[in-house]
Design a protein around this ligand. Structure first.
Ligand code: 2SA
Ligand code: GDP
Ligand code: MG
Length: 423
């Protein structure tokens, strides 16, 4: 049985937290897309873990973890993160983590190029994390990328990396990057990395009787290369399709597709954001929700929950259940607004479609429903009946408006136990 956890908005909905919670019952937890641009914060037993390239299933001691084909791996970050979580007490982590030989290597070179490409965009910057994700996936698509398995073949590896360096120098001129330094670093990683590298198919076959496999989505649907707010997206397939493709999942084995939906909306980086609140409400959401990037520390842009976006996301990812997160962040609002429809620049009203053109999305007027706040503390509530009536009304309104998908879990705080599970 496979369960897939996916971000339904622009990321940072709290995928790490529910992945951690569900991985207690999972035998296998896999990352399918993205790299160390992602940031998943997990709070368990008063310890805060920040995961980037590692799957969040590592917090559960009996869960085996895979960084699947479809991801891009910055090897120094992999080792650094592993060392950090081991120091925090996850001492068996290095024995429970494996990487597909088909994942791509994200080099320091890619990060340098990321910066140069962003600089070249002037006022149309994507606002990337600067981790080299776009250039790495570009090299993959152009068939010149280096895969994790190739690290083990010193001659091929060095030839390919030098060729990448040469081609980027042909494009950008003198770049501040030393290819020989990066090559030298990999001499050490080569032996260190070997035990972690697997043939994914063989690995998954070996675990085929694994009763519960969990896939941890990284980034989110609105950052998906095809379905997101292109070009203000990341460079991977962050939705259901990306997970199926990267891990060669049998679609009939997928039991749960869990959409993680923040009770309001955030976005980090540039690009259109129809329900953004550049006012006191947005500032309050940012402050109370402590909305800062886990990877870059950037302040996240904030706005009200957007149900047009949520319906669009559901139509693409086919969620079987939702995890509404950070409900507690709304505790102190007199009124809460929810986007229910868009008025497009040509006057058309839509409740469902999300326009492809970012210039059109920029001009959308959002129609809001206003719901009364509950003005009481929900932090740490674990039973649905214990929520204030207005909080329940808010959740039931969301359920009704999105239609045909239940809100099965509700996050009421950052810790693993701060969660309501509804029957
Ligand atoms: P990139 O670096 O090429 O993937 O950037 C392209 C866009 O994707 C956005 N992006 C993210 N959005 C939300 N959260 C992400 N992870 C970190 C976090 C972000 C951080 O968990 O907080 O620390 O800033 C993430 N990663 C990529 C990015 O902002 C660009 O809009
Ligand atoms: P992810 O990228 O989707 O895994 O999300 P992030 O970890 O980047 O951002 C979510 C942030 O909200 C983290 O700091 C979590 O610890 C925190 N968080 C998750 N769920 C809740 C919740 O229900 N309430 C509160 N207050 N914080 C939460
Ligand atoms: Mg995040």
């Amino acid at each position: 049985m496979v369960s897939i956890v996916l971000g339904s908005q622009w990321g940072d909905e709290g995928k790490g937290k529910i992945t951690d919670m569900l991985s207690q019952q999972a035998t296998l937890c896999c990352r399918a897309a993205g790299g160390h641009n992602a940031g998943h914060t997990i709070v368990h037993d008063n310890v805060t873990y920040d995961f980037h390239i590692l799957p969040s299933g590592l917090v559960s001691p009996s869960c085996i973890n895979l960084i699947g084909a479809g991801t891009v791996v910055h090897v120094p970050s992999f080792f650094k993160e592993l060392a950090q979580i081991e120091t925090k007490g996850l001492t068996s982590a290095s024995k429970r983590i494996f990487i597909s030989d088909r994942a791509h290597v994200c080099f320091d070179l890619h990060s340098v190029v990321d910066g140069l490409e962003e600089a070249g965009l002037g006022g149309r910057k994507v606002g990337t994390t600067g981790k080299g994700i776009g250039p790495c996936y570009s090299d993959k698509a152009a068939r010149r990328g280096v895969r994790i398995g190739e690290i083990l073949d010193e001659v091929t590896f060095e030839r390919k990396l030098r060729t990448l360096d040469t081609s980027y120098r042909a494009r950008f001129g003198d770049i501040s990057y030393d290819v020989e330094e990066e090559i030298a670093r990999f001499k050490e990683y080569r032996t260190k990395l070997q035990p972690y590298i697997v043939d994914q198919l063989e690995f998954l076959q070996k675990h085929k009787d694994s009763p519960n496999t969990l896939v941890e989505g990284a980034n989110a649907l609105m950052l998906d290369l095809d379905h997101g707010t292109y070009p203000f997206v990341t460079s991977s397939s962050t939705g259901l399709g990306g997970a199926v493709q990267a891990l060669a999942l049998n679609p009939t084995s997928i039991k749960n597709v869990i959409g993680v939906l923040k009770a309001y909306t955030t976005r980090v980086g540039s690009g259109p954001f129809p329900s953004e609140q550049l006012n006191e409400d947005g500032d309050k959401l940012q402050k109370v929700g402590r909305e800062f990037g886990v990877t870059t520390g950037r302040r996240r842009r904030c706005g009200w929950l957007d149900l047009v976006l949520a319906r669009y996301s559901h139509a693409i990812n086919h969620y079987t259940a939702l995890n509404l997160t950070k409900l507690d962040v709304l505790d102190d609002f007199d009124e809460i607004k929810v986007g229910v429809a868009y008025i497009l620049p040509d006057g058309t009203r839509t409740t469902f479609t999300f326009p492809a053109d970012p210039n059109v999305v920029e001009k959308i007027q959002v129609e809001y429903a206003t719901l009364p706040g509950w003005k009481s503390n929900t932090m740490g509530v674990t039973r649905y009946e214990d929520l204030p009536p207005n909080a329940r009304a808010y959740i039931e309104f969301i359920e009704r408006e999105i239609g045909n998908v239940p809100v099965k879990w509700i996050g009421t705080g950052p810790a693993r136990e701060h969660m309501i599970a509804r029957e």
